[in-house]
Ligand binder design. Structure first.
Ligand code: GDP
Ligand code: IMO
Ligand code: MG
Length: 433
């Protein structure tokens, strides 16, 4: 049996590209679906038939019988949010414990991490990140500071005491920041209420198979099992390569798969880079092609660009090819997947930035994040298409103007488009291979 490779699906813009939809659509081709980073800051929407489901921590392969879903060591788990996700899956007849394994090394988001996230954002004032305030930054901080709690710890006899000590430390930090813990609400609950539900969630987690998932994945590769790694957020939110400091706190790029699942670089197979046919961003930070006019509003309305996790309106703009080229390079993207192309139906013309000017001169390569606010995107305008893409199920059925747009993207990025999504449903996906 030949050792198998791990294929990767990741967002190559600022998140919300439609990763959940594509992971779900490709799941039948795989045996194992594994999340490798991020936590409940993610909101992955899956639609089939009349069902719309949003997942935050659980991998998007959960709807397919006979597949194993893995929460890798690089992921963060909030026991309360996870319990809600489990409950909503049970309501539609899926028992996640039968289909999922959790890494003993995945870190826990404590209720007080969420308060710390709020306090840090408040103190930043105008320079706030626009975090989802799910406790991501503070929990990864504790991980790197070597004082975090991990899922494996929940089975230790002194877990309650370890929890108490971490909480005390966090309350001490919060007091130092002048943060009023009594007045604060976590998802509309006081700390003690949220904490009680969180502890119940820990009880739920104990019923799952908590294992060193890196060992499981290595055995699975030896046995030739097909594995799909599911990214969260997007490359432009990466802790190193994103528009720092307006980023998340994990490695959202392909190299994150290695640390987040415990697999060597040589194990990586295809890398699917998912992007929208335009751009969106939620939260603060530079966005060179952002539109502040009626076109931007149309994109938001037609694309239902409101966050799956926070409900916030997403900022919208034209496709940004310099950013895409940069993300393709960092990730070693082998396959491009174009999402939400149908949102551009009926536009008289579509635009894409092919380069940036800075101080009147064309920028070589990709600018430093500090310069992204000052660049002037240089646009190419193309003919739009008036037909609806939603019914198309084969490349040949697509309107000529849209096919020209796809060819233009391939030429500009020197990468191959192998999938096109023309609607939110699982079925509304075209394979172009
Ligand atoms: P993710 O975080 O990358 O999984 O993406 P989200 O779920 O946050 O956001 C993507 C949104 O676009 C969801 O509401 C999806 O149902 C929707 N969606 C995905 N693909 C398409 C598409 O091709 N066309 C349209 N119109 N909507 C899509
Ligand atoms: P999915 O997986 C879009 C953004 C937040 C904020 C910044 C930091 O659904 O694509 P954090 O909560 O990590 O401290 O927020 O990153 N952000 C996302 N934007 N999609 C996401 O996930 C995101 N997760 C975080 O809006 O700007
Ligand atoms: Mg999302």
């Amino acid at each position: 049996m030949q050792r198998s490779k791990i294929d990767v699906i990741l967002g190559i813009q600022w998140g919300d590209e439609g990763k959940g939809k594509i992971v779900d659509a490709l799941s039948p081709r795989y045996d194992i679906i594994a999340r490798f980073q991020g936590g409940p800051n993610a909101g992955h929407t899956i639609k089939f038939g009349r069902t719309t489901h949003v997942l935050h921590t659980i991998p998007s392969g959960i709807f397919h019988e006979g597949k194993v879903n893995v929460i890798g060591n690089g992921v963060l788990i909030d026991a309360c949010i996870m319990a809600e996700e489990i409950e909503s899956l049970r309501r539609i007849g899926i028992e996640p414990a039968e289909r999922m394994k959790i890494s003993d090394k995945a870190h826990l988001i404590l209720p007080t991490h969420r308060l710390l996230d709020m306090a840090l954002e408040q103190r930043k004032g105008e320079r706030k990140i626009g975090s989802t305030v799910k406790g991501i930054g503070p929990a990864y901080t504790d991980k790197t500071a070597r004082c975090g709690l991990r899922v494996g710890d929940i089975f230790l006899p002194d877990f309650a005491e370890r929890y108490r000590q971490r909480k005390e430390e966090h309350l001490f930090q919060l007091a130092g920041m002048g943060f009023d813990v009594r007045a604060a609400r976590i998802d509309n609950q006081e700390l003690e209420q949220y904490e009680a539900r969180w502890m119940e969630g820990i009880g739920q987690l104990r019923k799952f198979e908590v294992v060193p998932t890196e060992l499981y994945l290595h055995e699975a590769m030896e046995a030739g099992k097909r594995i799909l790694a599911e990214g969260a957020q997007g490359s432009l939110l990466d802790i190193d390569f994103g528009s720092y400091p307006f980023v998340t706190s994990s490695s959202t790029t392909a190299s994150g798969v290695c640390v987040g699942l415990g697999v060597p670089p040589s194990a990586i197979g295809r890398v699917y880079g998912i992007f929208k046919a335009y751009c969106t961003r939620v939260g603060s930070g530079p966005f060179p092609t952002e539109l502040f006019d009626a076109t931007g509003e149309t994109l938001r309305e037609k694309g239902h660009e409101f966050g799956a996790t926070t409900g916030r309106a997403r900022r919208t703009g034209w496709l940004d090819l310099p950013a895409l080229r940069y993300a393709i390079m960092i990730n070693g993207v082998t396959d491009l997947v174009v999402m939400k192309a149908d949102v551009l139906d009926g536009f008289p013309a579509v635009k894409a930035a092919t380069g940036y000017k800075l101080d009147g001169r064309m920028v070589e390569g990709y600018p430093a994040s500090g310069q992204l606010d000052q660049v002037e995107p240089q646009y190419v305008e193309m003919e739009g298409w008036q037909e609806s893409l939603r019914q198309a199920r084969a490349y040949e059925a697509l309107p000529r103007a849209f096919r020209d747009y796809l060819k233009f993207i391939e030429k500009e990025t020197a990468a191959r488009i192998t999938m096109v999504s023309v609607g939110p449903d699982r079925e509304e996906t075209l394979m172009c291979e």
